[in-house]
Design a protein. Structure first.
Length: 335
């Protein structure tokens, strides 16, 4: 219970909440996010590798009219014959090509012999000191072009098509948004024109076939999610060990103090026992001296050894004794 009370303090509770929240964030959001990007990048690279190894085919054989967009057909190169609709053209601003500002040009393309309209990305032009340069016009009349099928990018809320500097402008390549802005039905995907085609502008290179750091990032987030609880467990173990060590030190100090007190008492007891007999012997000697003094008739005991004849047991000294004492000694011992 003492250990439980220790870890029910606010600091430890806050640590537990943070660790659990961080681990949950790593496992449920951060790691899946990076691993998902790695999966999408790997899938894209696989599609590009397949597409570049296949010769261009007619559009109808890959994406028939009304079939919509199929993800497995992205990056496939197709032939298309038709005409450009320059009056419905739009510019995609704030783009970057080869790490430089660019404006991509989207020109709808009507497929010959049908009402089907596709959005064609003709490539890019560079802005001129922040201003929109003159956009080269595509060829008039019917032409045949090659291009790769690409998925639309979608549109962020509030960033739809609008007229800027006299030109219809967008910020993403979204066939659905361009269809809405021009009131023209279009397929939900677009065609990125291949180099050296009629009406093509600056070439937009294919993505590099690299997986990127997403896999390592995802594994790192998983490792962090595992390490956080392990670290908290280590702190708990260290706290318990420190408290046990402190209790052991306190118990050792108490035992040592008790032993010292007992030893001191034992040392004092023999001294007292020795002093008692010495005191008793001294009392007996004093009583003997007083008795001798009474026998001699003195009031003061003189321990000086004047002569052996003054001691009891050596007979009376009638010459030196006072008259009353001499009379007593004569009566006792004869004289």
């Amino acid at each position: 219970m003492r250990v439980l009370r220790t870890f029910l303090r606010p600091g430890w509770i806050a640590l537990a909440v943070v660790v659990v929240a961080f681990a949950a964030l790593c496992f449920s959001i951060l790691a899946p996010w990076q691993l998902g990007k790695n999966s999408r990048t790997s899938e894209r690279n696989h599609l590009i590798e397949q597409a570049v190894s296949i010769a261009p085919v007619p559009l109808a054989s890959v994406a028939p009219a009304g079939s919509g967009f199929r993800p497995d057909t992205e990056w496939r190169e197709v032939h298309i014959t038709g005409t450009f609709l320059t009056d419905k053209q739009a510019l995609v601003r704030l783009r970057s090509v080869e790490e430089r500002p660019a404006i991509e040009v989207l020109t709808p393309f009507r497929v010959a012999g049908s009402d089907r309209v596709l959005v064609v990305d003709r490539g890019y032009i560079r802005p001129d000191q922040g201003q929109t340069p003159v956009v080269p016009a595509p060829p008039a009349g019917e032409v045949t072009i090659d291009g790769r099928i690409r998925a639309g990018e979608g549109t962020t809320s509030g960033r739809g098509a609008a007229v800027v500097d006299g030109a219809l402008s967008m910020y993403t390549i979204d066939p659905t948004e361009l269809s809405r802005a021009t009131s023209t039905g279009m397929d939900p995907f677009y065609i990125q024109i291949s180099p050296n085609q009629p009406g093509s502008l600056g070439e937009i290179p294919l993505p590099q076939l690299e997986s990127g750091p997403y896999l390592s990032y995802g594994l790192q987030w998983l490792a962090f999610g595992i390490m956080a609880p392990l670290g908290a467990g280590y702190f708990i173990y260290a706290e318990i060990r420190q408290r046990r060590r402190a209790r052991g030190t306190a118990n050792t100090a108490t035992t040592t103090s008790t032993d010292s007190a007992a030893a001191t008492t034992d040392a004092q007891t023999p001294a007292a026992s020795t002093a008692a007999p010495a005191s008793a012997a001294s009392d007996r000697a004093a009583r003997r001296r007083r008795l001798r003094a009474e026998l001699r008739g003195d009031t003061v005991v003189d321990d000086t050894d004047h002569s052996d004849t003054t001691r009891i047991g050596f007979g009376p000294d009638t010459e030196h004794a006072p008259d009353d004492v001499r009379d007593k000694l004569t009566q006792r011992y004869g004289g």
